[in-house]
Design a protein around this ligand. Structure first.
Ligand code: DAT
Ligand code: MG
Length: 151
């Protein structure tokens, strides 16, 4: 069992639509533990670093405009296989293809308004946690309910 960390962004549309609580609830209910939480507006330089792999693609400019358009909620989640568990709870990138029951499949309609970011691999998670939370120490805490979630 690999205990991992992952970086989640509740994108500006999620915040503006009042869905932050709904989305956090789904991830917390899954059993993932919140070890970092913050609200801020991402600046264009940080957005460009975060989405560096997409530079040059046709949707890149719109993606940077969107992610910097208003406040986001940033989270670091921890748990066994946190990266893939978060990705499967989010659903596919294009909400049209996202299964019902997933965040994007239940709450979204378009790729450019797909509500949530989650790291795609443990290595990206490490880089993204450092990018957004690098200047703070994240709490190590024992959640009493974990013995009923983790074996
Ligand atoms: P994900 O967010 O599922 O990891 P990704 O890393 O491929 O997806 O792309 C990052 C974001 O860029 C994605 O959440 C929405 C946007 N995006 C990706 N492909 C797109 C496309 N074909 N058209 C418009 N936006 C796109
Ligand atoms: Mg991605």
């Amino acid at each position: 069992m690999a205990v991992e960390r992952t970086l989640v962004i509740l994108k500006p549309d999620a915040v503006q639509r009042g869905l932050s609580g709904e989305i956090i609830r789904r991830l917390e209910n899954r059993g993932l533990k919140i070890i970092g939480l913050d609200m801020r507006t991402i600046d264009r330089e940080v957005a460009a670093r975060h989405y560096g792999e997409h530079e040059g693609k046709p949707f890149y400019a719109g993606l940077i405009d969107y992610i910097t358009s208003g406040p986001v909620v940033l989270m670091v989640l921890e748990g066994p296989n946190a990266v893939s568990v978060t990705r499967s709870t989010m659903g596919k990138t294009n909400p049209v293809d996202a299964a019902p029951g997933t965040i994007r499949g239940d709450l979204g309609l378009m790729t450019g308004r797909n509500l949530i970011h989650g790291s795609d691999a443990p290595e990206s998670a490490e880089r993204e946690v450092a990018l957004f939370f690098g200047d703070r120490s994240l709490p190590t805490w024992q959640r009493d309910s974990d013995r009923w979630v983790l074996e």
